[in-house]
Design a protein around this ligand. Sequence first.
Ligand SMILES: [Fe+2]
Length: 232
Amino acid sequence: MKTQTDLAGTQPPLNYPAYRSTIRRAPAHPAIRLPESLSNLDVPVYGWWPIGETDNDLTRQCSGEPQGQRIVVAGRVLDEAGRAVSGALVEVWQANAAGRYRHAKDDHPAPLDPNFTGAGRTVTGADGRYEFTTIKPGAYPWRNHHNAWRPAHIHFSIFGSSFRTRLVTQMYFPDDPFFAYDPMFQSIRDERARRRLISKFDLDLTRPEWAIGFSFDIVVCGPNATPFEGRE
Ligand SMILES: [Fe+2]
């Protein structure tokens, strides 16, 4: 049984001054426990609309194909005992191949791709499995410090049985040269926990003459939990 001390450094702190915006974003006071209410419904409340056929294929959501390296990202959502978490809504959002988000606040002077939304979603199967086909995102600059670039990453959100169970994290790619310089990645002090955010190249997921595969399992709780944002 791991103690709280053993788990120290496995989750990113809310206030990590090297990641500048956390200084003002982090709560200055301890959390207040609120009484249970209807908003804590123990049923799926993440949307009544059905998942569309191309929601988990970001290369087929527009009239043409997006630019960039086609990839498959797949894995399982698991609990602390390695059991499958089925019926979880997995959502992703990411920059395009040039490192640009389709978002009003992204003014990075890299081209937008008219054929890439950068957003996808799916629901895990009985075995906890999810899969996305997408484009490998580019690194992008941010203004945290001089010459700051984010390692290529895909944002993930996982909803369990209710909104209260939302978990948010980022998936990285193997051997990214920006790991050592990225305060978001480095804010997870435990190296083994940090490595849980790096996907693995997977030849079995790789589709001949089509797309390169990366596997990424997500553990939602327990001593080997994936690092999640805001969970300190
Ligand atoms: Fe990002």
